[in-house]
Design a protein around this ligand. Sequence first.
Ligand SMILES: C[S@@+](CC[C@H](N)C(=O)[O-])C[C@H]1O[C@@H](n2cnc3c(N)ncnc32)[C@H](O)[C@@H]1O
Length: 350
Amino acid sequence: MAKAVIGNLLSVYSPTQPHKANYCTFKHPTALFRRIFMANFRASSTAFVEAQPTDPIVVEKKVSQRRNLLACPICYESLTWIGDPDFSVTLDSIPGSILQCNTCKKTYVGKETYLDLTTASGAKNYSESMPASTELFRFQLISFLYERGWRQSFSVWGGFPGPEKEFELVKGFLNPVMGGNIVDASCGSGLFSRLFAKSGLFSSVVALDYSENMLQQCSDFIKQEENFPKENFILVRADISRLPFVSSSVDAVHAGAALHCWPSPSAAVAEISRVLRPGGVFVATTYILDGPFAVVPFLSTLRQNIRRISGSYVFLSERELEDLCKGCGLVGFSCIRNGPFIMISAAKPT
Ligand SMILES: C[S@@+](CC[C@H](N)C(=O)[O-])C[C@H]1O[C@@H](n2cnc3c(N)ncnc32)[C@H](O)[C@@H]1O
């Protein structure tokens, strides 16, 4: 009975159309984005994408074969709501809600603002610490400062075009999966999650992060917004290397400025690949360092050794990112670059 009332956010739609982008011949998925890239990105390492009138995006509502999206991060089996049979998943209904894994029977209790779907959730005596690049964002102060200057600084020194322009670029890559569900992985304070939700281009949005304070900050921003579409939006705490979604259930995964923060990018991208349905699309932004560091053997070995010691994945090369996606079963790698900024995309084979 409980299963039957799981709302939109536990639903996923099976693909009705194959992934259309022609990855062999184009570096970018649509003519629009090829135009933007050619006109604005190649010319200068500091040039940003100009806001241009975009081709109208027709959002197809995919209505066949709904099934659960949220899964136990231990068994990867779908979760069932316990208690109120009229329960449906919305941002407002998370507090106090209880989900149970049908296989291992572990229960997950909704916190005030988010669902904690980490493997260690509910542990009384055990707590886990992650590498510094993950732990840093768990501090309340960092979460508070994130959209109040921290994120903006990426444009000053990192070549990031800024959230609005990045969002336009992301939409170009996500065109083939519009109307489906999207996971904003490592959403931080939710700047893109909120844009995805308000755009109305996706049937549901899952904003996911490991940081409790980032999720709280996202919730605070949402409370300040009028008419935010809460009914198709949910906040989830999870580790990127252990995603709480049923395999092949997600249409799109976006990860802004996060890949270099992940403890193991390969474990993370493998998880993303697992949860994407055939034709599902992965889009991410990060920093790269190419040039001599990518081609001169001594320098690339030096970089690898520095990475081993520091444990940080800031400044991979484009080739490494392509290899990472390929190694995790994703195809059709394409990218947009601007100085150290790179937006990459790849898809699950159909
Ligand atoms: C620089 S912020 C990016 C936020 C946002 N996506 C953006 O585009 O600005 C990186 C985010 O990655 C998250 N993160 C780091 N390690 C993670 C992990 N293991 N699992 C999930 N999220 C993680 C951090 O909590 C932080 O919110």
